[in-house]
Design a protein around this ligand. Sequence first.
Ligand code: 4NP
Length: 157
Amino acid sequence: MPFKILFVCLGNICRSPAAENIMNYLISEAGLTEDFCCDSAGTSSYHIGSPPDARMTAAAQKRGIILEGKARRFEVSDFTEFDLIVAMDRDNYRDLLSLDPEGKYHHKVKLMSDFATQHQFKDVPDPYYGGQRGFDHVIDLLLDSCQGLLDELRSRS
Ligand code: 4NP
């Protein structure tokens, strides 16, 4: 059974689809596609059904990563469906925990920044209302933290 990872942001059109596709890229490069399965979701319903944001797609493409997917909202059933749920920022983290009032699944919910090794940050910043540089910066943070996450998961097995 593959280990299932869900990346979560607000809209599921910028940060979390980038994280999902970067993680899939790293997993594929490592020859581990049988071992891991990734998805992404948003805490909001703003962009349900939309493809990844064109600015995020352009930033990823510069690094050779194609963004695929269609936005969906996080569902409470995702707590049981996934082994690990990775929030992009502290707002997303709090919003996820509020959907689990009994705290049954808190142990599965982590912050993306927990896995970074090269960059120091708490939140993957929301790039939506900023310029292209913000999207490029998000890619840098996600490449670092997805690599750290993959390394940590591999060291566990
Ligand atoms: P994301 O970015 O959470 O990284 O997908 C955003 C996308 C849309 C909005 C905010 C953030 N919005 O307010 O519509």
